[in-house]
Design a protein around this ligand. Structure first.
Ligand SMILES: [Zn+2]
Length: 257
């Protein structure tokens, strides 16, 4: 048993040595920079890469180094490097953040993310902006929260966007029922007033998942934010299809003789 144990250790040591060698060879090809510590001392650092996208304009770029890198020393060292976007329409400065590699025997920094990060606006069709500008605004804010990884507030945000979408769509389609549409519970409103089967079935399910985002207990445990977004997209899609169909019929009411 002891022999087997020793052989295993030898094999494991050989494997670790081989791996470390390849990681160290990779380390030689890394980017070398001169950074400064908190006390102003020079510190030569190695990093795995520079970001290949600008966190502000979101274009693919070759980030420009600004000769400013700062090492935050400690148990798990960190590194911050100042960069600039080379695009004429952007030219923004930003900071690439790194943390020390945890791979044994290595001493390079691994790219974590870039800041500040400005999420892009969501795009909506002209008809959707006309039907419910509130939906477009709220969904956009929910998406920004999601991009910032604030998923716990993004979910209720999408739920609120759905509520405005359904009520604005119905108030426009059925002005005579305006009072009831504005005051009834969302689920009841969808069941009572949405005539289009596809819109109703998607909006109903979106409301189920939306409620899970705001209530204390979840009913649909196997569904998540991605499912809610998909159902809202489908609701938007069928509302847009209905709107397009209506406008084509208005433009071409009868066949030409
Ligand atoms: Zn940029």
């Amino acid at each position: 048993m002891a022999v087997v144990h020793r052989n295993f250790l030898q094999w494991a040591t050989q494997l670790t040595t081989a791996r470390s060698k390849s990681v160290l060879e990779g380390e030689e090809k890394m980017l070398h920079l001169d950074a400064q510590t908190h006390e102003g001392k020079a510190s030569a650092v190695k990093l795995d890469k520079l970001p290949d996208h600008c966190p502000l304009c979101h274009y693919g770029i070759e980030a420009q180094l600004q000769n400013k890198a700062h090492v935050i020393e400690g148990y798990r060292g960190r590194l911050e490097v100042v960069l600039r976007c080379p695009r004429e329409g952007c030219q923004s400065f930003f900071v690439a953040r790194y943390k020390m590699s945890t791979y044994p025997g290595t001493s390079y920094f691994v790219f974590v993310g870039a800041a500040p990060f400005e999420p892009l606006d969501a795009e909506f069709s002209e008809s959707m902006r006309k039907i419910s500008p509130n939906f477009c605004e709220i969904a956009n804010q929910a998406q920004k929260a999601e991009y910032q990884e604030w998923k716990l507030v993004a979910g209720p945000g999408y739920r609120k966007a759905l509520e405005f979408l359904v009520r604005d769509y119905l108030c426009r389609a059925r002005p005579a029922d305006d009072g009831k549409i504005k005051n009834m519970q969302l689920g009841g409103c969808i069941a009572s007033f949405v005539d289009n089967d596809k819109v109703r079935e998607m909006a109903k399910r979106a409301a189920w998942l939306g409620n899970d985002e705001t209530h204390y207990t979840r009913k649909w445990e196997d569904k998540d934010l991605e499912d809610l977004k998909k159902l809202i997209q489908l609701t938007v899609h069928w509302i847009e299809m209905e709107e397009m169909t209506k406008s084509v019929i208005e433009e071409m009411p009868e066949g030409k003789k």
